[in-house]
Design a protein around this ligand. Structure first.
Ligand SMILES: O=C(O)c1ccc(O)c(O)c1
Ligand SMILES: [Mg+2]
Length: 635
């Protein structure tokens, strides 16, 4: 099936839009009339420019306020249509969208609308033009695709068909199953859009808040399942009116849309295996099995300070890379790669941003399938030269210059540590508190910071590639502004990522973004099975916990049934505490290092699903009191 996007969905001049749409991989565009009118060049030239980008014009739109008008308005509407048809012929597009009328003079009446459309079909037919009728959710008389279909059915003209737009149907809560009764060849075009669940006026919601399928809360998948069941085989086109998208980089928005569209088509192929549609075949969403490693880019003195810091967390140097200046720091199965190699990706990352997390390794069932799916969704594979004896670990570029590597057991990639790293003599490798570690047994979650504008992109990135679900967005109160936070997690919790979107530079997250020049992991939450034992071990190791004020503990006693003994132990160790239905969660924070990164150590009871959100304002305030954005915490 052809992929398409309406020019209204992205920002820029028409040539900029075409460039971005073509680069993202779409087959065609819906040309929004305004984009054509605003361009300085005639219809023939515009048509040629579009085709020169390798794009087809799938639709010309919108044609408004056509049906059910009394004379003389009716005659004028037909005259307008004739002119548009002429323009369409010059552009080289054979399909036009007529949206249901909002004209105050519109008389309504299903048969009147059908007669008008049939008469329009007579004008369109000799020109080879097909007219599709769309019910706007706020149409004056027609605002439901079932009524639009009845009009098209009664018009009974081969050049008149139906246009479905997921926003108008789902936004009104119309059951998608009603689509299954419509003959596929009577559907002339299908537009797809999602939207966040916000209770507001339909027109305003549609014109400002639509987003890419999967980015919002509408059941676009259920809608498209029903469409595909009809036998429809025309283009699938994104029509996204969104204020934010109109103001950001057109390439990024076009790429997100392509990712969303391909993932959606894949979902439909899997959900409706009986439907023999021409849908792309790609490996299924991958099960993320956990974080295999986190890699820091660092150099010189910063590297030494970082590794000193890791030592206070109970990590030990466990290996040194055969060929490069890369060390492996380990505690039980938690691996932190400290990459001080001046060349390659890490070197570039360090040059651009200073000490930062430049790479994340994820454990997956099949690394090859993960890269194949990511590539089909528009991601770019990542390669670095591989020296003899090194493994070529499959990788992709994530968003914002990040890199993700994928490790699986299937192809022996999980042997990378023994293969590429030499053990470090004389260093203990134990991770238990008794053995000199701090009882860190895993990575509970990664917290990525980005600008608020990029949050939808990241959520989509994770949920389209992996079997991961997003949870509702929550507000985190920073003393100097708001940070929005959303979790994406695999169903079994093997991989959890919190995405924090900063709106100003004054928040802790915003300052990190500004200081490190872009989105990346700002903190790593390490898992302990016994946080009190870990806290004691960390203390012995010289770890400096983030001090939490007494007021916090006094308040805690009023919020939870908590024994005085436990309260005192929390206070003594600077632990934060939360509960969900009796399931407990403990948190211990490090101080910030290297431009605002930090570690968190948590103990999570199995029933606890959250991330200590209620504690975030106190943690942030404490961090800000100590803020030393450059350099390491005092020991
Ligand atoms: O908001 C509008 O006017 C509008 C126009 C054309 C469409 O296809 C649509 O879905 C909405
Ligand atoms: Mg539409």
């Amino acid at each position: 099936m052809k992929t398409s996007i309406a020019t209204v969905s992205i920002s820029g001049s028409l040539p900029e839009k075409l460039e971005a749409i073509a680069a993202a991989g779409y087959d065609g565009i819906e040309i929004f009339e305004q984009d054509f009118i605003a361009h300085d060049g005639g219809p023939r030239e515009v048509g040629q420019m579009i085709r020169d980008h390798g794009l087809e014009i799938t639709l010309f739109q919108p044609f408004r306020d056509f049906e059910c008008l009394p004379e003389p308005l009716r005659g004028k509407a037909f005259e307008r249509a004739r002119r548009k048809f002429d323009v369409m012929q010059e552009l080289g597009v054979d399909r036009i969208l007529v949206c249901s009328s909002v004209h105050p003079a519109s008389l309504g009446g299903i048969d009147r609308a059908a007669d008008d459309l049939a008469a329009l079909g007579e004008i369109a037919a000799p020109m080879g033009i097909k007219v599709g009728y769309e019910a706007l959710a706020w149409g004056r008389h027609v605002n439901d695709h079932r009524d639009a279909w009845e009009i098209v059915r009664r018009a009974d003209h081969p050049n008149i068909g139906l246009i479905l737009d997921s926003f108008h149907s789902l936004g009104r809560g119309i059951d998608s199953e009603s689509i299954r009764a419509i003959p596929g060849d009577r559907i002339f075009f299908v537009q797809l859009a999602d939207a966040p669940a916000i209770d507001m006026d339909l027109l305003y919601w549609s014109r400002h808040f639509r987003n890419m399928p999967g980015e919002g809360d509408l059941d676009v998948r259920g809608f498209l399942n029903a469409v595909m069941a009809t036998g429809y085989s025309g283009p699938l086109s994104l029509e996204i009116f969104n204020d934010q998208f109109r103001g950001t980089n057109p390439r990024d928005v076009a790429e997100d849309g392509y990712r969303a569209l391909v993932a959606l088509m894949d979902d439909v192929r899997r959900a409706e295996p009986e439907v023999r549609a021409d849908l792309p075949r790609l490996p299924a969403r991958q099960r993320a099995e956990g974080v295999a490693f986190v890699e820091f880019a660092t150099q010189g003195q910063e590297a030494a300070t970082l590794t000193d810091f890791l030592a206070t967390l109970g990590f030990r140097k466990a290996g040194r890379h055969r060929n490069r200046q890369i060390d492996l720091w380990q505690q039980n199965d938690v691996r932190i790669v400290v990459n001080a190699d001046p060349g390659g990706h890490a070197g570039h990352a360090w040059n651009a941003r200073g000490t930062c997390i430049c790479d994340i390794g994820l454990s997956v069932a099949s690394a090859r399938d993960t890269v194949a799916r990511a590539t089909a969704l528009g991601s770019v594979p990542f390669h670095q030269p591989v020296a003899p004896g090194e493994l070529d670990i499959p990788a992709i570029r994530g968003l914002g210059g990040s890199v993700l590597h994928f490790i699986d057991g299937e192809s022996g990639l999980d042997r990378v540590w023994e293969t590429e790293f030499l053990p470090v003599d004389g260093e203990a490798q134990g991770g238990d508190a008794e053995e000199g570690g701090a009882g860190i047994v895993g990575i509970d979650h990664l917290a990525q910071t980005m600008s608020y504008e990029d949050m939808l992109s990241w959520t989509l990135f994770y949920t389209a590639l992996f079997d991961m679900k997003k949870s509702p967005m929550v507000d985190v109160i920073d003393p100097d502004g708001l940070v929005r936070s959303q979790v994406v997690a695999s169903p079994d919790g093997a991989l959890r990522v919190t995405l924090n979107g900063a709106e100003t530079h004054r928040t802790l997250a915003g300052r990190f973004l500004a200081d490190t020049f872009g989105a990346s992991v700002q903190h790593i939450a390490l898992a302990s099975r016994d946080i009190f034992a870990s806290a004691a071990a960390l203390d012995r190791l010289g770890f400096a916990a983030l001090p939490i004020p007494d007021n916090y503990y006094d308040d805690l006693a009023t919020r939870f049934e908590i024994s005085p003994d436990l309260l005192e132990r929390l206070r003594a160790a600077n632990l934060l505490y939360d509960q969900e239905n009796g399931a407990e969660f403990f948190q211990l924070y490090s101080r910030a290092f290297a431009g605002g990164m930090f570690f968190e150590i948590v103990q999570r009871a199995p029933g606890y699903k959250g991330f200590g959100g209620p504690n975030a304002p106190f943690r942030i305030a404490a961090q800000k009191r100590l803020a030393r954005p450059k350099g390491m915490p005092a020991r």
